[in-house]
Design a protein around this ligand. Structure first.
Ligand SMILES: [Mg+2]
Length: 257
């Protein structure tokens, strides 16, 4: 367990790692993260757009502003990067062109046909959402309740079939599976590894001093690209949010006692 204690920065995935999928951060996790931010740099990277970070994460993170300078945010799988300087400041942002967006939306329709995917009779929110730097498919819609999302594709089988069909249509884009029902499409080469590499080079972090925690480190999962960076990592695929809390408590006990 030395690797995470020796890390200069701890990077977390959001959905199913810091909170349930699209569910607000709970007070216990907020308190743990605030304690961690006092002793370590922290980054959060997710397929979620910045707006969703605000609603799900920032609004429920009850730290004093002076420690937020230790926090970095990477929405839409690293397609943009934010730091805190008297407010959240965007350092870069790779938006799709309208032409690229149309190509991706069309590719989803083709992938649905090819895999005989039946769109749900009732969707909650948007089925395919334009997040500007990323297009995200959510199997039951962007605002579906967790109780419906969890049993929808627990073994990722539905999404693996769709993602494979999409990859044939979109060879010039990155496609990954995340959250409970999502498939994310970003610019080719823009994935979590890209975002974290940018963060590491801009702020001077060595791979071996970076510790990553995520639930989707399996092949095709939206945390898997991170492994290529040579950083230390731990999967919470089985233990979820509870296991993440345990990891943070372990780091804090080494650092503070
Ligand atoms: Mg996740």
């Amino acid at each position: 367990m030395k690797s995470k204690d020796a890390a200069d920065i701890i990077i977390f995935d959001l959905d199913k790692t810091l909170s349930e999928s699209k569910v607000p951060l709970d007070p216990d996790m907020s308190a743990l993260l605030c304690a961690l931010l006092r002793v370590k740099k922290v980054a959060v990277i997710s397929g979620a757009a910045f707006k969703q970070f605000e609603a799900q994460f920032l609004r429920h993170l009850t730290c004093p502003p002076e420690i937020l300078k230790n926090l970095f945010l990477l929405p839409t799988n690293g397609a943009s990067l934010y730091e805190y300087k008297d407010g959240w400041t965007r350092l870069y942002h790779f938006a799709f062109t309208d032409k690229e967006k149309k190509k991706i939306f069309d590719a989803f329709e083709k992938a649905f046909e090819k895999t005989n995917f039946q769109k749900p009779e009732k969707t909650y929110g948007t089925l395919i959402e334009d997040r500007d730097t990323q297009i995200t498919f959510s199997g039951l819609g962007s605002d579906a309740p967790l109780s419906l999302k969890e049993p929808w594709d627990p073994d990722h089988a539905k999404r693996k079939a769709l993602a494979a069909a999409l990859a044939e249509e979109l060879p010039d884009f990155s496609i990954s599976i995340g959250g409970a029902t999502s498939i994310d499409v970003t610019r080719k080469g823009v994935d979590k590894a890209y975002g974290i590499a940018e963060l590491m080079s801009r702020f001077g972090y060595e791979p071996k001093r970076v510790f990553y925690v995520g639930d989707a480190l399996f092949p095709g999962g939206n945390d898997a690209s991170v492994i290529s960076l040579g950083v230390k990592y731990q999967s919470v695929e089985k233990g979820g949010v509870g296991e993440t809390k345990h990891i943070i408590r372990e780091i804090l006990s080494k650092k503070i006692s």
